[in-house]
Structure formats: structure tokens, C-alpha cells
Ligand binder design. Structure first.
Ligand SMILES: [Zn+2]
Length: 81
């Protein structure tokens, strides 16, 4: 192994969900999320759902819907977990 990736917990992974989906933020941070997903089934299924949803929004909603609005909606849902 060339380097160690810091282990993050579920809360950290979820808080970076949108950065991860948008591919924003430092590569190391995205890698940490990715590693967490490999280890954590719970987050993995949840992220997979979010990623699919997000992808659809991007493909179909461009210019018409407001992604920020949806982001807020999904965020509110996630906070109930
Ligand atoms: Zn997790």
C-alpha cells in the first residue's frame, strides 16, 4: 500500500455525500468517502440510492428543475435517520 486513507465514520461520510456525488472537494476527502463505502454496507446502500437519484436529476432536470431545492429536500430526509 502506498498510503493510508483515514477512516471516517458514517456521519462524516453522509455529510460529504453531495461533495462526493458532485466530485467536489479535495481528492483525499473523496477517497475517504469511497473507502468508507467499501467497508460500510449501511452507507453503501444508502449512497447507491442517492447516487442514482442524483444522476437522474442531473440528466433530466437540467435547466428545468432546481437542484438546490431537491438537495434541500433530500437533506431534510437524511436528517430524519
Ligand atoms: Zn457508514
Amino acid at each position: 500500500m502506498s498510503h493510508r486513507v483515514r477512516q471516517i465514520n458514517c456521519a462524516e461520510a453522509v455529510s460529504r455525500l453531495y461533495d462526493y456525488l458532485d466530485r467536489e472537494g479535495p481528492a483525499a476527502s473523496l477517497e475517504e468517502v469511497e473507502v468508507h463505502l467499501d467497508l460500510c454496507r449501511h452507507c453503501c446502500s444508502r449512497f447507491a440510492f442517492e447516487a442514482l437519484l442524483w444522476q437522474r436529476v442531473r440528466e433530466e432536470g437540467r435547466g428545468e428543475k432546481c437542484p438546490e431545492e431537491l438537495k434541500a429536500k433530500v437533506r431534510a430526509l437524511l436528517e430524519k435517520y
